[in-house]
Design a protein around this ligand. Sequence first.
Ligand SMILES: Cc1cc2nc3c(=O)[nH]c(=O)nc-3n(C[C@H](O)[C@H](O)[C@H](O)COP(=O)(O)OP(=O)(O)OC[C@H]3O[C@@H](n4cnc5c(N)ncnc54)[C@H](O)[C@@H]3O)c2cc1C
Length: 379
Amino acid sequence: MLTSEEQAIVDLVRRVASEKIEPNAAAVDREERFPEESFRLFKELGLIGCHLPGDYGGGGLRSLVFCRILEEVARKCANSANILSQQDFAASPILLGGSPAQKQKYLPPLARGDKLAAFALTEPNAGSDVSSIETRAELRDNTYVINGSKQFITWGHMADVITVLCKTDPAAGRKGISAILVEKGTPGLSVGRLEKKLGMSGSPTAQLLFDDCRVPKESLLGELNSGFKIAMKCLERGRVGVAAMAVGLAQGAIDVAARYARERKQFGKAIAEFQGMQFMFADMATAVEASRQLLYHACDATDRQSPDANRLSSMAKLLATDSAMTVATNALQVLGGYGYLKDFPLERMFRDAKVTQIVEGTNQIQRLVIGREVLFPKD
Ligand SMILES: Cc1cc2nc3c(=O)[nH]c(=O)nc-3n(C[C@H](O)[C@H](O)[C@H](O)COP(=O)(O)OP(=O)(O)OC[C@H]3O[C@@H](n4cnc5c(N)ncnc54)[C@H](O)[C@@H]3O)c2cc1C
């Protein structure tokens, strides 16, 4: 349940998503550009850091409200919703692992949208297997010297501050990983390729290269060798955001398909009148509603810091993103050949939905997390 104040925020976001964000969604995708106009709008509305605590200049909204906002924006433009989810996710290592001084320095400008953040975990040889990262940080004369490379880093080339997961004790596996902050422009940090992607074309993805990149010892987040734990906490927080985007995307696909089905006539009547079509809509709507309710349940567990939050956020991410892919595929089918054309938004939604099954832990990895928690519960 939302309070009336929270509901008013969601209603406002729904309105601006329709009036101001949706009209640019196709162009952002076609031109493969960062949705600057959505960023400015979110900044004006104070939404960029809406899920960060008020003490650090954020809006202090709870997960449920944040996810409702993501849902409403993703329903019209996943690239724009990704702005809010990415900034929150990439700020979370500082929020969850940073010292009071690091939080004071970095979080307020991130919350205002004056600075951007990135989270650099994945490497060419280490994706799902986080413990096998090879980027190395060595402490020399009160300075961490970082060498290695990171792959697929959202906003890697634009971010003002990047949390870089590095090996600080290579023999210790996941217990030898630390999270270290690197600021844009630090000598030794350079940007490699900008990736060409299937979808989410308004969310640039860069390769980062570290060549004797030196940062002060104070750039370490949390304790030495606590990086794996910090990353896992951030991913738990981020997964509900990905699930919310998937629910919004899927709802948006149903909206478009339903409008089309009511208008398109074949065999003398609207295709919406065929039972075969109605069954498709029944299945799509049921999948979205089930995902939505599980997402809200996971948000509630996250807000209460329940021990179930990790399992529930993985379940929500798994169900919502698999459902989004199925719904986007079937909604496209409703439009027949027109669904396949760039003139209609469904092919974009179909392409954007795919990545939700991959990021912040693939859905195979979510199944591993859930399976482990079911079979080997902690208490
Ligand atoms: C658009 C985009 C944005 C991204 N943004 C970021 C970012 O900002 N920061 C960042 O650090 N990373 C980012 N990533 C990387 C993303 O998190 C990884 O792609 C993802 O974790 C998977 O890693 P991988 O691609 O190396 O695949 P791999 O880990 O090599 O997996 C390949 C396949 O094997 C499966 N697999 C692996 N291990 C197992 C197992 N034990 N059991 C069953 N199946 C398994 C996987 O599910 C997958 O299907 C982004 C990726 C994309 C596409």
